[in-house]
Design a protein. Structure first.
Lengths: 273, 735
């Protein structure tokens, strides 16, 4: 009996917290199906009185969604793949490979994380200009493909992986690359999934950087293209929310795919085996 | 054929040939035109007309989002990638002139263009010292929007035409309706204050910065509205105007032409119950002149064609057509004769105001001055200072903003100094790395580590280390908008920026808020994430995938949607929080515009938006705790709590440490919430260091000053992180 009431309290708490986190998302979804008269009212309803696709129709008429979707996919996927690989490699070196000055180099990296990123935007822009990389995918992707935050996160995680597993592999004659690729990466699946989601969503929602780097309209990413249909004072909220839904849905899908990798006990199994 | 006739034929032939040549020259040419937002899409239709009339030429139009348009234009100038023509807000003109980016147009002017036809306020923003730098495209100005039904109830069939009349009208309005106010008067809108100031005979930067007497008169007039509850001192800044207008909460407000179509589409039920009226006059009529110009960039390689297109867009014919296309008001007086404009009674007040509407002074530092006006008026409205003290303080601040030095330094000296500053941190790093190299880390060194580090470190070196040192150099210079495109104007000023920061009240307020935000926000956020991660990991929980997604949704959801919903939650009139307070009998609060509540309100929002990140990291770490550990302790008869204290918590130590460090760094760089919700107000109660840095850096282009701010913040974060690392070391010793 005590067990059941505890479970009930637990579920009540979970459902309440989920209601709080999901509310704006649900509201955004429902608003994207509302007409202009229903969006700003004193008592908004959770579901539209009259369902309309007007917002979606006008957004599809205003911008070439597929083109910009493709640009966004290229940007986010390339950035994610590169950053997961590069940052995991660096994290492995910092966590598990001995080399002189390791701790010092790492603490220097940490220090750079403390400089607010906004001030480096213009210098990075000038560097890309001198490299001739403005208006190119390379210029868009490269600066974000290594991140101290990600290296730090992966390193902390890798440090918890027992040294014995690696030593055993080394005795078996595995090269460091093989250890990294065949042992470390599988063991790090939960954190790699997390990093994948973070990188993808960071790039996916990024606005100012792709706007500034990609000069031509046909290179705009989805958020940039969607923002470009708003007036200075006039905002078509139905259209705006339809656009927001179009941006969020792929991000949710990526998260759904990634969260499957939160599988318990891989590291444990490896130790036992 | 007689002589004159022959000449005439010859002349005609020559003219035809000339025209032909000209057309030939232009044919096959292509220019790019940038315009913002909705205009950026609609201008295509104007370009189609132009292309049909000028066969062979091509106009490429491109829409630029309004958010970020300023940054985009500035970087395009720096990156040599400007278009031929761009739309430009009237207040941005001086800045781009200062950057030396705009083509002077007097040489292109032909007799066909009647520049006297433009409204004087629209002309002013394009002219500097007799030289034209752009052509007016469209204008906007401010008028009163009011509820005719409520006015009639109060006994008014006509909108009052002078200050005293308007004050009495407001008092009468308040009596005939339940709740709410008479007039929406935001305390953070410099445009509205300026109109009253101008109406009271005030001038800006003509002789003294401000006109004594006029300033005080305007402040005192407006203050009466606050003191007598005709307008809310708090909460007026974050009301949704359309709903407030419909409910009668605000039966009168000041706004621009775009509001006409917004009311029509969003509140069709109000049709016939509202109207527009000219602003009541003080000592004279004066409204605010806004709108946009078209400018040609110096870098354009096709200037003749670019001019032809600008000329076409500015002419009365196209101006009237443009209104039909976009609803933007024409800058050309002749275009107003068109029946679609002159026949619309809602537009008549706009037409009246346009003749006397004034544009803000043409100085590149205007955005910065406008912010200072907001601060001063807000302080006076809240009664923190008297009107004349506010004027003196504001005058002094404007003079400081406008102060310029003509210091020059030789390029050689500058390069040498820059190199020196660049090498200094580099040497420090090398010394630091070499020190104690003799003591190996234990175990065999693995040279292969270099290969693992190579990709990440080389990218970081180019795109992080060099820019960080570059901004250190910048922090010791006066790099501002004059120097953005011209290095000769950048000089070293030593520690001047840093010294100035300690006397900058806004910066100090930002520092205090940032610290408060971190001290309150970080513990709440981290504790909440840990609890929820544990819950998500509980064996009891079914449908794990659903709950994981649900917790992560706030992180994924776009800030725009998040901002709208939170603004609605915090709405002073009908927001959910105030409804809840009313249920338990507590008075309504102005969550975002009360100087005590604003910061906690933003902290709540930031925690909500961000906890999903840390929850995911905690969850990933929980997944990696081997089951065998729990099993072995279970054999020893441990209960759930003991499992948590002896296994879970110690195993999460590395991750928790990471999360605390990173969250503290993140919270000390607090930016998005105040940027999108409050803009740093009320009275800088939510100003943060990074928001102020962003304003100084990307709105006012004081890049040197912004960099100095970044380095001070960096110093602060460094101290915090250092303490955290020390604490962790000490704790490690205990386990």
């Amino acid at each position: 009996m005590k067990r059941i009431s505890r479970a009930a309290a637990f579920y009540a708490f979970m459902l309440l917290s989920v209601a709080i986190t999901l509310f704006p998302f649900v509201w955004m979804l429902s608003t994207s199906f509302k007409g202009p008269g229903e969006i700003f009212t004193k008592q908004p309803t959770l579901l539209p009185h009259i369902w309309t696709l007007a917002g979606y129709r006008s957004i599809f008429a205003a911008v070439n969604i597929w083109l910009h979707l493709w640009n966004s996919v290229v940007y986010a996927v390339a950035l994610t793949v590169m950053s997961v690989l590069f940052n995991a490699m660096a994290a492995y070196a910092f966590a598990k490979l001995k080399f002189p000055g390791r701790e010092k180099v790492f603490s220097l990296l940490l220090i750079t994380m403390m400089v607010p990123g906004q001030v480096t935007m213009l210098p990075v822009f000038l560097i890309l200009k001198s490299l001739g990389l403005l208006n190119s995918y390379a210029g868009l992707i490269l600066p974000g493909s290594a991140a101290v935050f990600a290296i730090f996160m992966m390193r902390q995680f890798m440090m918890d992986i027992p040294e014995e597993i690696l030593e055993a592999a080394r005795i078996d004659g595995f090269s460091e690359f093989a250890i990294f690729w065949r042992i470390m990466i599988p063991l790090c699946r939960p954190i790699i999934a997390t990093l994948t989601v973070f990188s993808f969503i960071g790039a996916w929602n990024d606005f100012l950087w792709p706007l500034v780097i990609m000069i031509r309209e046909d290179k705009y990413t989805l958020p940039v293209a969607l923002a470009s249909v708003n007036g200075q004072y006039n905002t078509d909220w139905g259209m705006l929310m339809a656009g927001a839904v179009l941006v969020v849905v792929p991000a949710v899908l990526v998260f759904l795919l990634a969260q499957k990798h939160y599988i318990k006990g891989i590291a444990a199994g490896a130790v036992k085996g | 054929m007689n002589k004159p006739a022959r000449y005439a034929v010859k002349a005609a032939a020559l003219l035809a040939l000339l025209c032909f040549c000209r057309a030939q020259v232009l044919a096959g040419q292509q220019i790019t035109v940038w315009a913002m937002g909705a205009e950026g899409k609609l201008i295509r239709q104007a370009a189609d007309i132009f292309e049909a009339r000028n066969p062979g030429v091509k106009i490429v139009t491109q829409a630029i989002p309004w958010t970020g348009a300023h940054e985009k234009l500035v970087t395009s100038v720096i990156g040599d990638m400007s278009p031929d023509i761009s739309q430009m807000g009237t207040t941005w003109m001086p800045e781009f002139r200062a950057m030396n980016a705009l083509e002077p147009l007097n040489g292109y002017m032909s007799s066909s263009l009647d520049t006297a036809d433009f409204f004087p306020g629209a002309r002013d923003s394009n002219l500097a010292a007799g030289q034209w730098y752009g052509l007016p495209w469209y204008v906007d100005t401010r008028v009163m929007f009011y509820r005719t039904d409520l006015a009639a109830k109060a006994g008014y069939t006509k909108f009052p035409s002078d200050w005293e009349g308007f004050y009495k009208f407001s008092k009468a309005l308040l009596k005939v309706k339940p709740g709410g106010y008479a007039f929406s008067l935001p305390t953070n809108d410099w445009q509205i204050f300026l109109m009253f100031y101008w109406q009271n005979g005030g001038e800006l930067l003509k002789g003294p910065a401000l006109t004594a007497g006029s300033f005080e008169g305007a402040v005192e007039y407006l203050k009466r509205f606050f003191d007598e509850k005709l307008s809310p001192l708090e909460g007026g800044n974050d009301t949704d105007m359309l709903t407030a207008f419909e409910s009668g909460y605000f039966p009168v407000f000041v706004s621009g032409p775009w509001m006409i179509s917004q009311i029509h589409t969003s509140k069709p039920g109000l049709d016939g119950r509202w109207a527009t009226a000219p602003l009541p006059a003080g000592r004279r009529h004066a409204s605010f002149m806004g709108g946009c110009n078209l400018v040609m960039f110096k870098s354009s390689p096709r200037k003749a064609l670019a001019w032809k297109f600008m000329d076409f867009m500015a002419g009365p014919e196209m101006q009237a057509k443009w209104y039909a296309l976009s609803g933007d008001l024409p800058a050309s007086r002749k275009a107003w004769a068109s029946p679609v404009l002159s026949g619309n009674p809602l537009l008549t007040p706009f037409r009246k105001e346009l003749d006397t509407a004034k544009a803000p002074p043409q100085v590149p530092e205007w955005e910065n001055i406008a912010g200072a006006v907001n601060d001063a008026v807000e302080e006076a409205a809240f009664g923190k200072v008297t009107a004349s003290a506010a004027r003196e303080k504001l005058s002094a601040r404007i003079e400081r903003i406008l102060a310029k030095s003509d210091r020059r330094q030789s390029p050689l000296f500058k390069i040498a100094l820059a190199l020196f500053i660049f090498l200094l941190p580099l040497c420090a790093v090398i010394v630091y790395l070499r020190r104690g190299k003799a003591a190996p880390a234990g175990g065999r060194a693995k040279p292969i580590a270099a290969l693992f580090l190579l990709p990440a470190l080389s990218i970081l070196a180019v795109f992080l280390f060099i820019p960080i040192i570059a901004s250190l150099i910048a922090s010791m210079t006066n790099w501002n908008m004059y120097g953005v495109n011209d290095w000769s104007k950048v000089v070293f000023v030593g520690a001047e920026n840093y010294v100035a920061l300690f006397h900058d009240q806004v910066f100090l307020a930002g520092l205090r808020n940032t610290l408060l935000f971190a001290f309150i926000g970080v513990p709440i956020s981290v504790a909440l994430s840990l609890c929820l991660a544990l819950a998500l990991n509980a064996q009891m929980l079914k449908l794990k995938a659903f709950f994981r997604v649900a917790y992560f949704i706030p992180v994924i959801t776009t800030m725009v949607a998040v901002a709208i919903i939170w603004r609605w939650l915090y709405n002073p009139e009908f927001g959910l929080f105030n409804l809840a307070l009313a249920k338990v009998g507590l008075p309504a609060q102005s969550w975002l515009s009360n100087s005590w509540l604003a910061l906690p309100s933003l902290i709540l929002m930031a925690v909500w938006k961000g906890f999903g990140y840390n929850t995911m990291i905690f969850l990933a770490a929980l997944q990696s705790i081997p089951d065998s550990l729990y099993e072995s302790i279970a054999i020893d008869g441990a209960n759930g709590r003991q499992k948590f204290w002896y296994i879970t918590l110690p195993m999460l130590r590395n991750t928790a440490f990471f999360i605390i460090v990173v969250t503290t760094i993140g919270y000390l760089q607090f930016f998005a919430e105040p940027y999108i919700m409050t803009g740093g107000g009320p009275m800088n109660a939510t100003m943060s260091v990074v928001l102020y840095m962003y304003q100084q850096g990307f709105k006012f282009y004081n890049l040197g000053y912004a960099s100095a701010m970044a380095y001070l913040l960096f110093g602060l974060i460094f101290v915090f992180t250092f303490i955290q690392f020390r604490t962790q070391k000490r704790l490690e010793g205990k386990f």
